[in-house]
Design a protein around this ligand. Structure first.
Ligand SMILES: *[C@@H]1O[C@H](CO)[C@@H](O)[C@H](O)[C@H]1NC(C)=O
Ligand SMILES: *[C@@H]1O[C@H](CO)[C@@H](O)[C@H](O)[C@H]1NC(C)=O
Length: 458
């Protein structure tokens, strides 16, 4: 019906600014002997809706309508839409008026070629009618989509994606629900439409070569991802992506960003405890040198700061406090804090003779390079002749100073008289906080004054 209306509209439009529709009318006269005519010939075109053009006079020169010939006429007449039939009329004029008409075809702008078959002698002064041979072409068919002429009638058919419902109507086939579809189920969804169906890509996939299958979208490359750049790396998966925590970060609540790991608290850091302290950073940590240590090539530990000067550390001048000087035992008049070098001939630390393993200890308060020791005795005849040195970082774990290249504990030569200062230098300076002096041999009693030498790194 739609196509019908369209055509008649065309006809109206065509005709509006001329006289009507311009019809091309081809008249074919039969091959039979004496089939041609000299009579005047008229036609009347009948539309499927019953409208007619009225009588149209065709030319009737001596040359028209000769036997076996086709004559073409162009005539303007009112529009009648699809043609259903044509009527033919002749008079009896001329020398041989009898006429056997084979067929007429008609066409106008935008129309199919209408065919009307007569194959008969046309009587004079009477309208002879022939119907359009094809019902579909004649527009009689009510088919919604396609009309198939069967000779005796017609059948309707539907375009792809539709099925016939009843005799004329076409309804859409939902391929998505009938299963007659080829959409790749993992990457696409099926979407029915009037022409058939399409396979739009699912989320995370993008159109590829095939209309039925989509390709993985690399969200990481495409940039349409939400992974936070500082703390995560985008990882493409088939059909999706994930944000993986960078080193030094751990998964938090959001799937798109990660939280800093405080390695210092978590304990999974490599900072050497003795020489460094751990400092957390965003995404990592650093090992900061403790006081007295300086950076070395390793990121995780530090070297004790070198210092090459050797100065008195404070026994004589009181820089080392009384409380920092302790001993295994002492006479009450001779406590260890009196063991300050050059403090007077009568002053000293004096260990009890019953002490089985006497020692005097100095806490240097912080890590210090110990480079030398000086000793002095007490008047009349008290002095230490030999001694060993021990050192400790914490006052608990002790090491005894050894000879430069060996396992043997070093025995230092001390005093040879009660008054003179005897100084020794350490071949290998010790980096330490606590120092102990163990007297090994002595004259008359363990009475001692001392000084320590070295330097405290800035
Ligand atoms: C100590 O080291 C500095 C440079 O680090 C040097 O200039 C100086 O001569 C050294 N002093 C001694 C006594 O070795
Ligand atoms: C140590 O104690 C003595 C008294 O026993 C005192 O005279 C002296 O000033 C103290 N030395 C220091 C360095 O505090």
């Amino acid at each position: 019906m739609l196509i019908l209306r369209y055509l008649s509209l065309l006809a109206v439009l065509n005709g509006a600014h001329v006289y009507g529709t311009n019809y091309e009318i081809k008249v074919t006269t039969s091959q039979e002997p004496f089939a041609g005519t000299d009579a005047r010939v008229y036609v009347n075109l009948i539309g499927v809706n019953g409208a007619s053009t009225g009588s149209i006079k065709l030319h009737n020169s001596m040359q028209d309508f000769e036997r076996g010939r086709t004559d073409t006429f162009y005539r303007d007449a009112s529009p009648v839409g699809h043609l259903k039939a044509i009527k033919v009329h002749r008079d009896n004029s001329g020398f041989g008026p009898n006429w056997k008409l084979a067929r007429i075809t008609v066409r106008f702008s935008g129309s199919p070629l209408y065919k009307f078959y007569f194959n008969k002698w046309i009587p004079a002064y009477r309208w002879t009618t022939a119907n359009e041979e094809n019902e579909c072409r004649a527009g009689l068919a009510l088919c919604q989509h396609l009309c198939i002429d069967t000779g005796s009638g017609y059948n309707c058919a539907c375009r792809t994606g539709f099925k016939l419902e009843g005799r004329y109507k076409c309804t859409d086939v939902d391929e998505c629900s009938t299963g007659e579809q080829k959409c790749h189920s993992q990457t696409t969804t099926c979407k029915n439409n009037l022409r058939g169906y399409t396979c739009p890509c699912k989320r995370g996939y993008q159109p590829g070569q095939s209309a039925y299958e989509c390709q993985d979208m690399n969200e990481c490359m495409a940039g349409n991802r939400k992974c936070e750049g500082k703390t995560t790396n985008c990882k493409n998966n088939f059909g999706s992506y994930s944000c993986e925590c960078k080193d030094g970060f751990e998964l938090g609540l959001s799937p798109y960003k990660c939280n800093d790991i405080n390695e210092c608290i978590a304990g999974n850091h490599k900072c050497e405890e003795k020489t460094t302290s751990c400092k957390n950073n965003f995404g990592s940590y650093t090992c900061k040198c403790k006081g007295g240590y300086e950076p070395e090539p390793s990121l995780y530990k530090c070297n004790a700061k070198r210092c090459n000067i050797s100065i008195p550390l404070g026994m004589e001048n009181g820089h080392i406090s009384n409380q920092s000087i302790t001993a295994s035992s002492y006479y009450s008049r001779y406590p260890p804090w009196l063991a300050r070098l050059k403090s007077g001939a009568e002053e000293s630390w004096y260990a009890l003779p019953s002490d089985p393993n006497p020692w005097i200890q100095v806490d240097l308060d912080k890590l210090t390079w110990l480079r030398g020791v000086a000793t002095q005795g007490k008047r009349f005849s008290f002095f230490v002749k030999t001694y060993k040195l021990a050192y400790s970082l914490d006052g608990i774990h002790w090491s005894t100073y050894k000879k430069a290249n060996g396992e043997k504990e070093m025995v230092f030569k001390g005093n040879t008289d009660p008054y003179k200062v005897a100084k020794v230098e350490l071949d290998n300076p010790i980096f330490t906080r606590y120092v102990r002096l163990y007297p090994k041999t002595w004259r008359d009693g363990i009475a001692l004054k001392m000084e320590l030498y070295g330097c405290r790194p800035a």
